[in-house]
Each structure stands twice: as C-alpha cells, then as structure tokens.
Design a binder for this molecule. Structure first.
Ligand SMILES: [Fe+2]
Length: 289
C-alpha cells in the first residue's frame, strides 16, 4: 500500500493538464497542485472530472476552502446532492454526537464500503475537506474496484460475471450493533437491494460491487456465498489497489464512488476529528447492462 508520504511519480496526464499532477500510487489516486481560486469558477471542471474517472481519487493538498467555497467547487463538477437528514449543504463527518446526530451511523465508516448501495442511483462522488484531525488514526483508505476487477483471473471473471448480491444496512450495522433490537432490524431490512457483483458501466469499464453492505449471494449456499464475498473483499483491498490518505488540515479529497471503496482507519469519538462533506448526485444505476 502506498500513502501520501510515498515517493510520487510524474503523472502520465501531466503534459495534458493545465495544472500540476502527480500519481499517488500506480493504480489509484492523483494529487493536484492548483491555485484554489481557479477551482471555484469551473474552468478546469472537465479536466478534473476526467482525472476523477480515470484515477478514482483526487487529492488537493491544503487548499483550505471555506464551506461556501467547497459548495461552489462541488457545483462546478456536477449536480449537487443534498444529504438526507441534514440542515444545509455541508454534512459533518464526526463520531462526536455534539457535532452531528449522524455520529452513531458513522461507526460503519470503518468498514470498506461503497456509499448508497441501497439507492437506485448511488452518488457519483464525495468531496471531503479536513477541518480538524485526530492525533492518532483517522486516515482514509481508498481502493480501486476497477483495477480489482481488471486484475481478476479469467476464471474468476467467469465466476463473478452474472452473480447477484443482496446488499443491506443490516450487514454493516451488525458490526457495531450485534444485538440490535428486532424492531431496528426490521426497519433496516426494508432497505435492501439486489445488485450485480460486476458493474458494467456506461463507459464500457467494469468494476466490483462489494463492501460491508454485501450480505449474501442470491441462490448460493451460505458458506459458498460468504467465501466468495470474503475472498473478493480481501482481493480488492490488497495493497496494489489501495491509496491511504494521511490528512493535513485544509486538504480536499474527492473520490469516484462508482469505481472505489473507502473506509476510515480507527479514531476516537473524542479525538476532535472533523471533516466537511459534500456530494455529487449519481449519474448511472448499478443495472446498466
Ligand atoms: Fe462512506
């Protein structure tokens, strides 16, 4: 696995981009050095979206945007997605219930996941800016589910091609609520979705749809189902597919939610860690093919 402190290579895109870029790992993640003011008027939105699609994760080190600037920047890149249950345009990512009433549900962010696997159209991308850091932990990891699919053996590609997986919030909430009430379980159970394991995107590429919400493979015996989901999650999160971002205050990171999984590394609810999140609305369903 490579991190923000790893040696960087010159981007293959560098000679085509009107700003400085550097690949953070060979398979996922590009750092962009740019005047923050030039992000706000959309002049480079096309180039940024192109890099996001090809590299999965974009890092803008210490651009120190205000909330209004983050919202404006987000709007240059697509359709702004308001978040459920949140007043205003900024979602506070924190484990501290004094910061957000969503703190409890963010416990699931420690597990590899794709956002919105129970939505008809999952969000396209998320934009996180670092406001306060934990002194220990709190890095964010991303893996490329495009690269993980591409590098599967031909045998595994044949196995997974038409597999359908049931995703449910029951699966990821049980990690921190193993003895949730039956009423709670029933409410969560209503929000499941059956999704193809292989996402055949409009762009012609394929990616794996996995993560903590993946509960079982339709029509498979339980032990075979768990075996496949565990094996593929382990595969997709191998170091060659992963970028780990070690945050500095003021960093902005964008990830393509349709071609990556992500997770936070453990940090304390009392650590003070605070991120501000905005999102871009989804543009394609899991069921293109
Ligand atoms: Fe997430």
């Amino acid at each position: 696995m490579m991190t923000g402190n790893s040696p960087r290579t010159t981007s293959e895109y560098a000679d085509r981009m009107p700003f400085a870029t550097a690949e953070l790992t060979p398979r996922v993640g590009t750092e962009i050095r740019i005047d923050p003011a030039s992000l706000l008027d959309g002049r480079y939105a096309k180039e940024i979206r192109s890099l996001l699609a090809s590299r999965g994760v974009l890092v803008f080190p210490q651009v120190n945007m205000t909330d209004d600037e983050q919202v404006a920047f987000t709007r240059t890149l697509g359709i702004f997605a308001l978040e459920d249950g949140v007043d205003g345009e900024i979602f506070k990512v924190s484990l501290d219930p004094r910061e957000t009433k969503m703190a409890d549900s963010l416990q699931a962010s420690f597990l590899w996941h794709i956002d919105g696997t129970t939505a008809d159209v999952p969000i396209f991308a998320s934009i996180l800016s670092a406001k306060r850091l934990a002194s220990v932990g709190g890095e964010t990891e991303f893996c490329s589910t495009y690269a993980a699919y591409d590098d599967l053996s031909d045998e595994d590609k044949a196995i997974v091609e038409d597999v359908v997986v049931h995703h449910s919030p029951v699966a990821n909430r049980r990690s921190h609520l193993p003895e949730m009430s039956y009423d709670h379980y029933q409410r969560l159970r209503q929000r499941g979705a059956d999704l193809p394991l292989v996402w055949k995107h409009r762009n012609g590429r394929k990616s794996l749809v996995l993560g903590a919400t993946a509960e079982y493979v339709l029509g498979w015996p339980p032990e075979d189902s768990m075996d496949l989901l565990m094996r593929l999650r382990d595969w997709a999160t191998k170091p060659q597919f992963v970028y780990r971002h070690k945050w500095s205050v003021g960093d902005i990171v964008i990830w393509d939610n349709t071609g990556t999984m992500h997770r936070a590394l453990p940090y304390g609810a009392d650590s003070g860690r605070l991120m501000h999140r905005t999102r871009l609305a989804g543009e394609e369903t899991f069921h293109n093919a």
